[in-house]
Design a protein around this ligand. Structure first.
Ligand SMILES: NC(=O)c1ccc[n+]([C@@H]2O[C@H](COP(=O)([O-])OP(=O)(O)OC[C@H]3O[C@@H](n4cnc5c(N)ncnc54)[C@H](OP(=O)(O)O)[C@@H]3O)[C@@H](O)[C@H]2O)c1
Length: 157
């Protein structure tokens, strides 16, 4: 299954060039949720998000998408062909798409599941998640966490 995991505000904001590690907020509970969800899983992210994090996250298989062929010594697998790679994950195996904006944009139509943390508050930034269309994704779970709302969506067409 192709699963997107993302944190956004009420306006679909996901990133800020001014923020720590590119994030508009710091939410420890959401970081813990991200860790618990992706631990021992395969995760995929764009080259810019990877550079913002600065290193492969421990105990996860990390795949970085980049058009460049010279990313060496990253301690992570590099993928140059996103669509072909994702074909391997359409059925039995799981992959968690972890951003950023350009990767979410390209994968939303392919994703089976969305795991969305809605962060309350007002923030500024420059990177956005695409609109989640109600005729394409159905909310199947909503959990009120202490500091954010967690929603899971399944693709319906
Ligand atoms: N709130 C959240 O949950 C969350 C999660 C992750 C990221 N973010 C935010 O998202 C922002 C970064 O997003 P972004 O769009 O600027 O960058 P990005 O998606 O992280 O990375 C873009 C790079 O990925 C590579 N890439 C993308 N599509 C590709 C494809 N089809 N084939 C090969 N390579 C491909 C390219 O790398 P090359 O240039 O090397 O070719 C491209 O420059 C930051 O603000 C970050 O904080 C937020």
């Amino acid at each position: 299954m192709i699963k997107i995991i993302v944190a956004m505000d009420k306006n679909n904001l996901i990133g800020s060039a001014q923020g720590r590690m590119g994030m508009p907020w710091h939410n420890a509970e959401d970081l813990q949720h991200f860790k618990e969800t992706t631990l021992n899983q395969t995760i995929l992210m764009g080259r810019k998000t990877f550079e913002l994090i600065g290193k492969p996250l421990p105990k996860r298989k990390t795949i970085i998408v980049s058009k460049a062929h010279d990313l060496e010594n990253l301690n992570a697998e590099v993928c140059h062909d996103l669509e072909t790679l994702l074909k391997d994950y359409e059925k039995d195996q799981d992959i968690y798409i972890c951003g950023g904006a350009s990767v979410y944009q390209q994968t939303l139509d392919l994703a089976n599941e969305l795991i969305v943390s809605y962060i309350p508050g007002d923030y500024t930034g420059d990177a956005y998640f695409p609109v989640i269309k109600e005729d394409r994704f159905k909310c199947i779970e909503e959990v009120e966490k202490e500091t954010f709302i967690l929603k899971k969506y399944r693709r319906i067409k």
